[in-house]
Design a protein around this ligand. Sequence first.
Ligand code: FMN
Length: 138
Amino acid sequence: MQNQTLVQLIYTSRLVFDASTPEGWSLIEDIVARAHERNTRNGITGFLLVGKDWVAQILEGENARVNTTFHRILSDPRHTDIRLIDVRIITRRKFDGWAMGASRRPMSALPPQMSAHAVGFAPVSFEAILAMARDEAA
Ligand SMILES: Cc1cc2nc3c(=O)[nH]c(=O)nc-3n(C[C@H](O)[C@H](O)[C@H](O)COP(=O)(O)O)c2cc1C
């Protein structure tokens, strides 16, 4: 895969704090504001789905840049249990114009496959996450 290839990466993780509290939500706002700034510089677009104690994130951009960003995200102590769902080559971005969109409030509905998150959730499908992010972004 060449470095300038356009890819879409999706992962899920568990937050180490409760995003449904005002304090927790302000941590999410910090993450999103900073991500927005860095992603703008790196040509990365995407969406962050936020639940009470989990996130699912879509990162789109040039392969090398998505890779570097994901590696930074991997070592972030604010979340754990990071599961890479997939990386796919794309021809067009799905979140063009979103340097990092995000849920406007904690999502109460867990995607079905993630409801077992606490006990080591089953893999969530790429399509399921993408569909949820499209709904949230609408
Ligand atoms: C759930 C989550 C999502 C994140 N998303 C992004 C992102 O899209 N882009 C990014 O650059 N950093 C993102 N970060 C932040 C990185 O993990 C890291 O903290 C940040 O890039 C470090 O920036 P700094 O060294 O300039 O403080 C995210 C962190 C978390 C916990």
